[in-house]
Design a binder for this molecule. Structure first.
Ligand code: NAG
Ligand code: NAG
Ligand code: NAG
Ligand code: NAG
Ligand code: NAG
Ligand code: NAG
Length: 262
């Protein structure tokens, strides 16, 4: 097939890819300063998460909504739907983050056998999905009675009105006749729930362990990440791709198209 080609041209054809591959190999992981590694307490913060600080208000490297606030006590916190969650662990290998509600976290609030959960978990349009080993439980507050399919939680009683806990979803149950004032749904690990001997007195340990979320790649970022870049934003709005050679781009990193070509 190459019979008619000049030997030098042939050599060039062979060497050219090697040349580019070598070039690529040299673009190592010394990323842009904005994508720097950080810590808060025991939690390592790296892409797609980023640490919120005075610099990150003008630009950050990571996914929108993945900013981590680090308190003065070194407690890492992320906000979902405007509510703070304590970050227990981030597992970068499996792309999973483990959280518990700030209101019920002993790390944040101190030990409490009877924490009151105040709001649903609102992921909004962040690219998170609940890990499979979790289940939803719902608290119904200020009820005149607890139905047979729910467990009464005496310590959460208020002004003589009862608090009930169930793992049966709203769709599969009727609460009208119990005149509850508020329902809050939260997510916990199934195995932690199964281990609890007495939910009535021990539901706090399930809330403490919280839940896990898996993060997924975001479309907007795909091209940038495929070109070995990391996405971020400037001034809150402008998309920006941080490249491994230290440059930034509005789309994806230059030069890396070579790899796709060969
Ligand atoms: C990575 O890049 C840095 C500077 O950007 C350089 O000092 C270092 O030698 C490089 N490492 C490798 C393994 O290429
Ligand atoms: C950069 O690091 C990632 C994992 O963090 C690895 O998959 C990738 O091969 C590295 N790239 C280079 C050019 O070293
Ligand atoms: C955090 O990063 C450091 C340095 O890379 C590493 O030694 C440590 O094991 C990491 N900790 C966790 C909890 O992943
Ligand atoms: C729990 O509820 C959330 C909505 O709050 C839903 O996205 C999730 O799929 C539910 N989990 C299970 C196991 O049903
Ligand atoms: C609720 O919990 C009970 C007891 O652990 C279990 O048998 C049942 O399957 C659960 N129901 C749902 C809908 O998860
Ligand atoms: C609560 O559950 C944990 C395990 O989830 C157990 O170690 C502890 O003894 C339980 N406490 C009570 C009062 O049942």
């Amino acid at each position: 097939m190459f019979d008619h080609l000049h030997p030098h041209l042939l050599l060039l054809l062979v060497l050219l890819p090697i040349f580019f591959i070598t070039l690529l190999a040299q673009s190592n992981n010394s990323t842009h300063p904005s994508c720097r590694f950080d810590r808060c307490g025991n939690v390592n913060i790296s892409y797609p998460f980023w640490k919120m600080d005075s610099d990150s208000t003008s630009q950050f490297c990571g996914y929108q909504g993945f900013g981590i606030r680090c308190s003065e006590q070194d407690i890492p916190e992320i906000s979902l739907g405007g509510n703070p969650y304590y970050i227990r662990v981030i597992d970068y290998e499996y792309g999973t983050i483990f959280l518990s509600d700030y209101d019920v976290s002993p790390v944040v609030r101190g030990p409490n056998n009877c924490p009151r959960i105040r709001h649903d978990i609102n992921i909004g349009n962040l690219p998170f999905v609940f890990v499979q080993s979790t289940v939803n439980i719902s608290f119904h507050f200020d009820c005149n009675e607890c139905p047979s399919f729910a467990t009464e939680i005496p310590c959460l009683q208020r002004n003589g009105e009862k608090a009930c806990l169930t793992n049966i979803s709203r769709e599969e149950s009727v609460w009208d006749e119990y005149s509850c004032d508020q329902e809050v749904v939260t997510t916990v690990f199934q195995d932690v729930m199964d281990l609890i001997f007495d939910v009535t007195t021990n539901f706090s340990s399930a809330l403490e362990k919280g839940f896990g979320l898996r993060w997924e790649p975001i479309n907007e970022c795909q091209k940038c990440e495929e070109s070995d870049g990391q996405c971020g934003r400037r001034n809150e709005i402008e998309f920006i791709c941080f490249c491994s050679d230290g440059t930034t781009s509005k789309g994806y990193c230059k030069g890396t198209f070579v790899r796709n070509f060969f």
